[in-house]
Design a protein around this ligand. Structure first.
Ligand SMILES: Nc1nc2c(c(=O)[nH]1)N[C@H]1C(S)=C(S)[C@@H](COP(=O)(O)OP(=O)(O)OC[C@H]3O[C@@H](n4cnc5c(N)ncnc54)[C@H](O)[C@@H]3O)O[C@H]1N2
Ligand code: MOO
Length: 417
């Protein structure tokens, strides 16, 4: 009787042990280079946002108490004692019956407690050169009107970005706004990606009967790079144990993680399994090959080669994609000092489909207003690599469900992150 399939969560937990005891190395990058990187430590504001009380409008900084009775019929006149453009370092005192002309972003001067927009004034021309002119205000401002308070957004010492965050342009701009020109980020894990199979040719090469393009190494390299890794794509290695051994030795010397595809099932030429099942110096196999209760992606392996973590994925291209999302991405996240699993979202099925009993199904889906539906009529077929480009997410069907019905709630794995 065949051995029971390993539940997906148990397998992922085993693979994650490859990251145990590894502390991510840290490096400093300029803000422009920060998007795509992972923040190494909580970022505390060095300066407040805004750093000072400032005007939200072009107009006049005033004392509200002067203007309580101001209306269009009975405007209130004030003496204009200063002109404050954004960037002004001047701090003129605004006394009773006075105003300062002020532009958006300029510091609100001492004594003033509200800003009247220029549209609510009738004679707001300013003579310049320090001359005192008068402005008429036609409405009473609300308390603190159009004043953006210092530290409205964050105060010095506030946590602005938490460690482990995958940085975007928004994070880089937040860091700039609180006083940083550089950020400490996690060094990218070095990942070597290779494919195995005698049938594989490099993309674009002419194909003889029986041959196919190596699409898996392109897929894995792109996914790992987008997840934050520094990737070396080895490409395709023939089904030859000596050649594979040599490639793996080179990879182990350079990489933090090796990811392979193909050669892990029950075939006569499954070279990855054949080579790496052999016991290491202490007698224990360095790589464990197993069958996981998932579809696609059942045959899997994980372990170490010369001490370097390795994950061996099955060869079918959709299996590779699903395996990356389910198995490799959590490991990469762990190597980057992130929580292995991003928070799950839920969706409803817009249509029904079959799912293999006893295996968690991961179906490439498109996401519409009424829910998700398989991206191709072939569902989760593991060879449908060209149509995989249509997918917008993976829908997860639990192992104990063999039929999805319209309206069923499913977990959604986001892709292209
Ligand atoms: N007797 C059994 N046969 C198979 C089993 C099984 O349990 N018993 N499992 C099936 C499942 S499920 C999968 S998945 C595949 C996995 O096989 P391998 O990991 O050994 O992969 P290969 O045989 O090398 O290739 C499978 C398939 O994928 C194509 N392929 C491989 N590499 C690439 C690449 N780099 N780019 C594009 N396409 C690739 C390859 O040509 C094959 O068609 O085994 C089943 N068989
Ligand atoms: O589990 Mo295999 O990956 O069906 O296709």
């Amino acid at each position: 009787m065949p051995a029971a399939l390993v539940p997906v969560a148990d397998h992922v937990a085993q693979v994650l042990t490859l990251a145990d005891g590894r502390t991510p190395a840290v490096e400093t990058v300029a803000l422009d280079d920060a998007p795509g990187r992972v923040l190494a430590a909580d970022l505390l504001a060095r300066v407040a946002v805004p750093p000072f009380d400032n005007s939200a409008m072009d107009g006049f900084a005033v004392r509200r108490a002067d203007l309580l009775t101001a209306t269009a019929q009975a405007p209130r006149a004030l003496d204009v004692v200063a002109d404050l453009p954004a960037g002004s370092a001047a701090q003129p005192h605004v006394g009773p019956g006075q105003a300062a002309r002020i532009m958006t972003g300029a510091p609100v001067p001492p004594g003033a407690d509200a800003v009247v927009p220029v549209e609510l004034t009738v004679t707001g021309t300013f003579a310049g050169g320090g001359d005192t002119v008068r402005v008429e205000v036609v409405a009473a401002p609300a308390e603190g009107a159009h004043v953006r308070r210092a530290a409205d957004d964050v105060a010095p010492g506030d946590v602005v970005i938490v460690a482990g965050m995958r940085l975007t342009a928004r994070h880089a701009s937040a860091a700039a706004s609180v006083g940083y020109a550089t950020l400490d980020v996690v060094r990218r894990p070095r990942v070597h990606v290779l494919s195995t199979g005698a049938e594989l040719r490099a993309p674009g090469e002419p194909l003889e009967h029986g041959q196919i393009p190596d699409s898996n190494s392109t897929l894995l390299a792109g996914l790992a790079r987008a997840a934050g890794a520094d990737v070396h794509r080895v490409g395709a290695v023939a089904d030859d144990p000596a050649a594979l051994r040599a490639v793996l030795e080179t990879a182990a010397a350079d990489a933090d993680l090796i990811v392979t595809s193909g050669g892990v099932s029950a075939g006569a030429h499954d070279v990855v399994k054949e080579l790496l099942s052999a016991p290491g110096p202490d007698g224990a196999p360095a790589v464990t090959f197993t069958k996981v209760a998932m579809q696609p992606g059942k045959p899997q392996g994980y372990g170490r080669v010369h001490g370097t973590p390795i994950v061996t994925l099955p060869g079918n291209p959709v299996s590779v994609f699903v395996s990356f999302e389910v198995v490799v991405r959590p490991l990469l996240r762990a190597l980057l000092g992130q929580e292995p699993h991003a928070p799950a979202r839920h969706v409803v099925a817009a249509t029904g489909w079959r799912s293999p009993a006893g295996r968690t199904q991961h179906v490439p889906v498109v996401v519409d207003d009424d829910g998700v539906r398989p991206a191709t009529s072939g569902g989760s077929g593991s060879h449908l690599v060209a149509s995989l480009a249509l997918a917008e997410a993976l829908a997860v069907v639990p192992a104990d469900v063999d039929e999805v019905r319209p309206g069923d709630v499913l977990t959604l794995l986001e892709i292209d992150r």
